[in-house]
Design a protein around this ligand. Structure first.
Ligand code: SF4
Length: 436
């Protein structure tokens, strides 16, 4: 049987691309292997978002060429084919993101397609997943219609293309049936879902649902599993889904990439919903669903960011009291419009601002976690180590947020949902014991 090695780099959206390619390769009868030397060909799914990700992708391609020699490159870095071929002239083929068919065709070309019957060889209903079997990413759209000045994703992944609601729900339901306990909804702009296909209507279990953010949330809420929303922008229509969180249909969790707190900088960034009164919106969400966890990411040191703008950002953090926050120091990305903006911020100023930002936010996050001590939380177990179990509460997305560390591991296994009494807290994580 022909064997394919696979290296998957980048964000959850790239991971979903990898899963689609792997699923098709398994349907075609290929064996997927974990080592370079046993593989007939190696596919490297790359990331090209920022310079460090590009470097990492080029290194990964080089490693695959050294170790195996037959390498097919795909993913976001694939749009820079010249750069890839200049660094690694030996690659067999280069394609961009979402070019699943071309990747599979390249594999067929360079490793003989096995004689295979997809009806007798087992491919799990949910396809091949790179995540543990109890959670999965659900990609509802590709591309983005915004023009944020620091971002090149629209030029790499194209304009917004939403999947129809019935297609999304079929996948979501198959995942739930296969044992997935948590769906992580991803896209570049989840709140814009369906706007490109005029919110076309679809049928799911005999009921009409629009391909809209609201109906998607309503339908996903019927599955009876955790549903976590990522990449949501603070538009007024988002308010309407917050009651579903209060009713327990969706996790009370919103990942909203605010990026800054100064309206002037948000305008320079050309951010979606930059004109909205974000603080008012956050307060309204908390009024409807007091338990909501709000996660966000920010950029410090954007060109033109003055001391006043930065102070405004710190003031925003004070007021917003966000639960989970990531922060990046701005850096130019090849091809982004922000590169042409005047008044670049010096590296040491960026560093100092990043430190101040993190200090402030760490205090806020730590306080928020401390408030959970003594409470009993529902926790989904991710892994069991020698002496402890690692899980996540409603407030924790995998990879990016904190964890709940549990000492009494007896009988626990990944995918279990248990009640945990929280006994201690740190800057990011919680510690507790299973009580039910
Ligand atoms: S919303 Fe902005 S940052 Fe996000 S993908 Fe679109 S252009 Fe890039």
């Amino acid at each position: 049987m022909s064997k394919v090695g696979f290296v998957s780099l980048g964000c959850p959206k790239a991971l979903v691309d990898s899963e689609r390619i792997l699923t098709q390769l398994r349907v075609d009868g290929y064996d997927i292997v974990n080592s370079y030397d046993g593989a007939d060909v190696v596919v490297v799914n790359t990331c090209g978002f920022i310079d460090s990700a590009r470097d990492e992708s080029l290194v990964a391609i080089g490693e695959a060429i050294n170790e195996n020699g037959k390498v097919i490159v795909t993913g976001c870095l694939g749009v820079y084919e010249d750069q890839i071929r200049a660094a690694h002239p030996g690659v067999l083929s280069v394609t961009g993101p979402q070019q699943y068919e071309q990747v599979v065709a390249a594999v067929h070309q360079h490793a003989p397609k096995p004689a295979h019957d997809p009806y007798t060889d087992l491919v799990p209903e949910q396809g091949i997943k790179l995540t543990p079997r109890h959670y999965a990413y659900l990609k509802i759209s590709e591309g983005c219609n915004h023009k944020c000045s620091f971002c090149i994703i629209p030029s790499m992944r194209g304009r917004l293309v939403s999947r129809a609601i019935d297609d999304v729900m079929r996948e979501a339901e198959a995942l739930a049936r296969s044992g997935v306990k948590e769906l992580l909804v991803i896209s570049q702009d989840t709140s814009a879902y369906g706007s490109d296909i005029k919110y076309q209507s679809g049928d799911w279990h005999g009921q009409a649902y629009d391909s809209s953010f609201m109906d998607l949330c309503r339908a996903l809420g019927e599955l009876g599993i955790w549903v976590r929303l990522h990449y949501v922008y603070p538009y007024p229509h988002v308010d309407k889904i917050i009651p579903l969180m209060n009713e327990g249909k969706l996790l009370p969790y919103l990942d909203v990439p605010f990026q800054h707190g100064s309206p002037r900088i948000l305008k320079l960034m050309r951010r979606p919903a930059a004109a909205e009164d974000t603080l008012q919106r956050i307060n309204a969400w908390r009024e409807i669903c007091p338990d909501i966890t709000i996660r966000s990411t920010f950029i410090v040191g954007f060109p033109g960011e003055s001391e006043e703008d930065f102070d405004e950002l710190l003031g925003f953090l004070d007021e917003a009291q966000l639960d989970r926050v990531g922060c990046f120091k701005y850096s130019n990305v090849d091809g982004a419009r922000a590169n042409e903006l005047p008044d670049a911020v010096a590296e040491k100023v960026k560093e100092a601002r990043w430190q101040r930002f993190m200090e402030k936010q760490n205090q806020i996050s730590a306080q928020k976690l401390e408030n959970k001590v003594g409470k009993t939380l529902e926790v989904l177990i991710d892994e069991i180590n020698e002496n402890e179990a690692i899980g996540r509460s409603h407030a924790d997305a995998p990879e990016i947020d904190g964890q709940v560390i549990i000492e009494n591991t007896d009988g626990l296994k990944p995918g279990d949902q248990v009640k945990v009494l929280i006994e201690a807290s740190g800057d990011y994580d919680l510690w507790g014991k299973v009580v039910a």
